[in-house]
Design a protein around this ligand. Structure first.
Ligand code: DX5
Ligand code: ZN
Length: 222
């Protein structure tokens, strides 16, 4: 079934002892992007991995690297992630004093710029930055950990952002991140999302192959 949904497996749920192989497997089994969650133990209460790991796994996939920075003062690190092979860098407005400037910096580095909205963050934060944004990432869990439950309260926010994008004819991807499985993916797509980030439901599913898990998500939409 053809649709325009993009699947971005979050390697946070992958086997870290063989990260390169995991990235290669999902790339060969139909993923559209590779989602890399960078956590600093400060902006969020968890540590994950940094630019050297991103660089290390870069040769294992030809897909765009979708780097989600959950770190304080991301402006300091943008260049490192671009050098390491990021194709899209998403930042949280609360993580920096100057979100507009950080988005400009990302775009000037030659990669796409995304803005992530926490569950407690209102859509109004987009008002003055949407024109320089390539992707909006709606967090459907509080950032920091995989395996949490999808917050239904965020569906209204996804719909609002979908209207903002369509009313102005912006070419912006609307991504959803946190607690995505076949049930919640359907809700997110109905609300207007076109990119699904999924960790647990791909890397820790009972399916025989990643292909089955990816297809299950992809084939939800009409
Ligand atoms: C949470 C991360 C997510 C996380 C999603 O802070 O941004 O990308 O890995 O994991 P699941 O799909 O398990 O909710
Ligand atoms: Zn993420």
């Amino acid at each position: 079934m053809e649709n325009n949904i993009l699947i971005s497996p979050s390697v946070l749920a992958a086997d870290f002892s063989k990260l390169g192989d995991e990235v290669q497997s999902v790339s060969e089994m139909g993923a559209d992007l590779i989602h890399l969650d960078i956590m600093d133990g400060n902006f969020v209460p968890n540590l994950s991995f940094g630019a050297d790991i991103v660089r290390g796994i870069r040769p294992y996939s030809n897909l765009p690297f979708d780097v989600h920075l959950m770190i304080t003062n991301p402006e300091i690190y943008i260049n490192s992630y671009v050098d390491a092979g990021a194709n899209l860098i998403t930042v949280h407005p609360e993580s920096t004093y100057h979100i507009h400037s950080v988005l400009q910096q990302i775009k000037e580095s030659g990669v796409k710029a995304g803005v992530a909205l926490n569950p407690g963050t209102s859509v109004e934060v987009l008002d003055n930055i949407i024109d320089i944004t390539d992707l909006v990432l709606v967090m459907t869990v509080n950032p920091g950990f995989g395996g949490q439950s999808f917050l239904l309260s965020q569906l209204a926010k996804i719909s609002k952002i979908r209207s903002m994008i369509d009313n102005e004819n912006y070419s912006i991807d609307l991504s959803v991140d946190g607690g995505i499985n076949s049930k919640t993916a359907a809700l997110a797509i109905d609300a207007g999302a076109n990119v699904l980030v999924a960790g647990t439901s791909i890397f820790k599913s009972d399916d025989k192959t990643y292909l089955d898990s990816i297809n299950r998500l992809r084939n939800i939409a009409p």
